[in-house]
Design a protein around this ligand. Structure first.
Ligand code: NAG
Ligand code: NAG
Ligand code: NAG
Ligand code: NAG
Ligand code: NAG
Ligand code: NAG
Ligand code: NAG
Length: 806
């Protein structure tokens, strides 16, 4: 009896298959499917595939209009119409009498449709290949799902030139994700940036000299063919013969993790293989090891500050390092952020005692560098980062190299083959910044130089400079000596002439202490100095700025006098004027003209915004000041630290460059250098990392970043943005320019919107300035001509297509 029941049951279970096969008919015009009954769908003749509604993701309330493998318990989806616009309960799909395939929401609103251009299809059909077609009565195909792949291709399907597959967002969210497979001469994998849909450089590609024209997928494998049909390359083999291949289902999918995988699934359990999808081939084999062309601006597998590692299941995973958390908890491939307050550069002690360096073996981040040292110990590397408020991590290579990293960290990986060790700076205590707080890059002063640095093998650029100005320095020393002997300090501005034609006053410490009222009012702090407001009573109450250098400045007396020397010989309306100095015992101070309106950083990034026309003027002023330093003063001066904090504005909002005295004079014949990198993260030119000569073009680069900040009115790096592709301004601005989506950059700035042509022009100038290749960057003189409108700007190339970073 039991046997009979079993037998009947078996018959019953087998029945639906044959029923479907028999009951199959073409989908006739006027047919509909609704989300309320997902057991109804349009199957293919064999029942292998079906077209209809599938619940989207796990536990989601919405539906995908999809095609899926209908005989598998997983119901693997291979195509969908509305991945970015999930259909709510109550939606309906109809093959209308006028031959349109239409998806409507519960209110009857059309949300997706495929028209057959009034060619009047006779029927629709779900084919056994997994292709849904709209066809004429003579079976001419008017529309087919194979022409609009989402993330999957099937045997029998081809990809023609310029077709693409886009990964889904996650394993449970079918929305468009970050990765794309694109055929354009070569078959290549790219990351995409949202919201502007630009592709980054490829992280994997075929190499056929651009003759790839069609991807064909058949039972035996996936192939790339040339336009004349010649087979160019095998992408993936099914590892089967003609006779065995028919025993398996196959699909190839660009998955949410950026890997293109070729899968098989046995049709019957007799084959001895597991009844599940198994991977035949993964492209690339290990995505964690792949680096983008531009390490400082692009990333591949995992987002910013994240670490990629290959699991035992051969799937990449992204993990946030200790004390870092995901920006968006739902996006496990996305960026991580610090979950602790960053080290404060303004505190004299730098608060280093609150931090510790967390050691991570076999770990490296391949982007975010701002300083490089050769031949240093691990311990030195670690300590140097701990004591540097800009440093968030230090990577030490076995070759005794030390790379100090700024925030954000890019292209991180943990891999057994990785020889480097990373020290990550984290807080000792358990304080967090909470879920909504954002930490934007602190772009205040230049990176603080640890005292030890001097002892290291790195050549300090300033050495040659010091030698160059030794004669002058000795002269100055001699003069000072004379004054000291006599116990007399010149009281009047005009009374002291160190060099013929240069008026500069020497102050006593007491005078400046008095003038600043005991160093009461602080105007600003940098890594090397603090600036105070002072009133010179003996000069009719003139207000000046007194810059007090910290005791930790290592350059010593000669460095100080060299600075005084170089600054005193510059004179330009767009440079902050040096009025005097004090060099007494331990005390080293500089007296500058006071700039009423403060620094550009204060005006640009805080509430009281500068207007568009004021910003344009600031750009021109700054360019003029820089041009003077580069081309017009007797000794060419490379500033090395152009940034909004170093551009000050007077009461008329005339911009003047400050801190150029801190920049070292470079002899014009200065050649290659493996010196420490100088300047501020976010603004330093790539030459510093590439063993290339340092020229005035490093300032042009920094100016380009500053110009972007000026026109877009935001910082070069911002964590608090709607989309992570907007974080790095240079990158985002170039994308918007390429896509002609300037409105995204302008925002709601009415004045700039009305002046959009000029905005575009300035943007183009900025893109020229930030070219990776210094030879392509214009000189500051050329920049002025274009900013003022007397010279047209040509279309800038993509700035990031220069050299691969080694
Ligand atoms: C579907 O319609 C086409 C054209 O009318 C016809 O050739 C084909 O046999 C039909 N298929 C089925 C299964 O009815
Ligand atoms: C779907 O969700 C349920 C409950 O939340 C969970 O147990 C299951 O593992 C999930 N399935 C997948 C494939 O994520
Ligand atoms: C899927 O991802 C997209 C893109 O991030 C997001 O907008 C959407 O809300 C996600 N959907 C679900 C159901 O989580
Ligand atoms: C077909 O095109 C490929 C690539 O363009 C070329 O190398 C090959 O010689 C061509 N073959 C024929 C038969 O034209
Ligand atoms: C496999 O079959 C296809 C067509 O069905 C044929 O073109 C091809 O030559 C066969 N390959 C082998 C290795 O038998
Ligand atoms: C391909 O087939 C060979 C021989 O049957 C087998 O050893 C190998 O593991 C197969 N490769 C894959 C990726 O399945
Ligand atoms: C931080 O948390 C760890 C583990 O939860 C705990 O052992 C430690 O005492 C905490 N430290 C402080 C300073 O609270």
């Amino acid at each position: 009896m039991a046997f009979h029941y079993m037998f009947l049951l078996t018959i019953f279970l087998l029945l639906p298959l044959s029923t479907i096969a028999q009951s199959y008919k073409n989908v006739s015009l006027g047919s509909t499917l609704t989300t309320s009954d997902v057991t109804k769908f349009w199957p293919s003749p064999s029942g292998d595939f079906a077209f209809g509604f599938q619940r989207s993701g796990n536990g989601s309330s919405g539906f995908l209009l999809a095609i899926w493998f209908n005989k598998l318990k997983e119901k693997t989806i291979v195509w969908s119409a509305n991945r970015n616009n999930i259909a709510p309960e109550g939606s309906k799909v109809e093959l209308s009498v006028d031959g349109r395939l239409v998806l409507t929401d519960p209110n009857g609103q059309e949300t997706w449709a495929r028209d057959t251009a009034n060619a009047g299809p006779a029927y629709g059909a779900m084919l056994d290949t997994g292709n849904f077609v709209l066809a004429t009565s003579s079976s001419g195909i008017l529309w087919q799902s194979f022409d609009e792949p989402t993330d999957t291709i099937l045997p029998g399907q081809v990809l023609n030139q310029r077709s693409r597959l886009v990964s889904s967002f996650s394993s449970t969210n079918a929305s468009s994700g970050r990765f794309e497979l694109f055929l354009d001469g070569e078959l290549a994998l790219h990351t995409i940036k949202y919201p502007i849909d630009v592709t980054n450089s490829a992280y994997w590609s075929t190499v056929t000299g651009g003759s790839g024209n069609q991807v064909r997928f058949n039972q035996l494998g996936i192939y790339l063919h040339a336009a004349n049909g010649t087979l160019l390359t095998l992408i993936s083999s099914s590892n089967e013969t003609n006779s065995t291949a028919s025993q398996f289902y196959q699909r190839a999918i660009l998955e949410y993790d950026g890997v293109f995988r070729h899968y098989v699934y046995p049709k019957r359990s007799s084959s001895g293989r597991p009844m599940a999808w198994s991977t035949l081939h993964s492209i690339p084999d290990n995505i964690c090891l792949l680096l983008p062309q531009n390490l400082q601006r692009e990333w591949v597998a995992c987002g910013l500050n994240s670490l990629c590692s290959m699991g035992t299941d051969r799937r990449p995973r992204c993990d946030c390092p200790i004390k870092y958390i995901f920006n968006d908890p739902k996006d496990k491939l996305g960026s991580c952020r610090r979950n602790f307050p960053e080290q404060d550069c303004k505190v004299e002690s730098r608060g280093a005692e609150a931090f510790t360096m967390h050691e991570m073996l076999s770990t490296n981040w391949f982007g975010g560098d701002f300083e490089y040292y050769a031949d240093v110990t691990e311990d030195w590397c670690k300590q140097s980062c701990l004591n540097d408020c800009y440093c968030v991590a230090a990577v030490h290579h076995p070759g005794k190299e030390c790379w100090k990293k700024r925030y954000p960290l890019l292209n991180g990986r943990t891999d057994p083959e990785e020889a480097s060790k990373t020290f990550l700076k984290i807080t000792k205590d358990n304080s967090t910044v909470g879920p909504t707080t954002t930490t934007t890059t602190n772009t205040t002063p230049r990176s603080q130089a640890g005292e030890k640095r001097k002892n290291q093998s790195s050549v300090i650029i300033s050495v040659s400079v010091l030698l160059g100005s030794l004669v002058f320095t000795l002269m100055l020393l001699a003069l000072l000596y004379v004054f000291k002997l006599k116990g007399r300090y010149p009281k009047k501005f005009s009374a002291y002439q160190a060099v013929p034609g240069v008026n500069i006053r020497s102050f006593s410490y007491n005078e400046l202490e008095e003038a600043t009222n005991g160093f009461e009012e602080e105007l600003g702090t940098g890594a090397f100095s603090t600036v105070y407001k002072a009133i010179l009573n003996d000069e009719n109450g003139k207000i000046v700025a007194v810059k007090k250098l910290h005791k930790t400045v290592t350059e010593g007396e000669q460095g100080f006098l060299a600075e005084v020397n170089s600054i005193s010989r510059t004179n330009h309306k767009n440079l902050v004027q040096l009025l005097g100095f004090c060099n007494e015992g331990q005390h080293r101070l500089l007296v500058y003209e006071h700039m009423e309106a403060g620094s550009l950083a204060d005006l640009l990034f805080k509430d009281s915004r500068l207007s568009w026309s004021q910003r344009v003027q600031v750009a021109i002023d700054t360019a003029k000041g820089l041009c003077y330093l580069h081309e017009e003063c007797s000794n060419q001066i490379i500033h090395c630290d152009i940034k909004p904090q170093n551009v000050l504005l007077d009461e008329n909002l005339t911009a003047k460059i400050a801190d150029f005295g801190m920049a070292k004079l470079l002899r014009k014949d200065q050649t290659r250098t493996t010196t420490k990198i100088r300047g501020t993260r976010g603004y330093v030119a790539p030459e510093w990392f590439r063993n290339m000569p340092i020229t005035v073009k490093v300032d042009v680069y920094s100016f380009g970043i500053l110009l972007l900040e000026l026109i877009c009115c935001r910082k070069s790096y911002k964590q608090d943005v709607a989309n992570e592709n907007e974080m790095i301004l240079a990158e985002w601005a170039c994308d918007c320019y390429r896509r002609k989506e300037l409105h995204l950059l302008v925002g709601d700035d009415e004045e700039a919107i009305e002046d959009i042509e000029r905005f575009e022009k300035l943007l183009m100038v900025a893109i020229w300035c930030i070219q990776e290749n210094p030879a392509l960057r214009p000189s500051m003189k050329e920049v002025i001509l274009t900013l003022e409108g007397s010279v047209e700007v040509s279309i800038p190339p993509d700035p990031f297509s220069f050299i691969r970073f080694v």
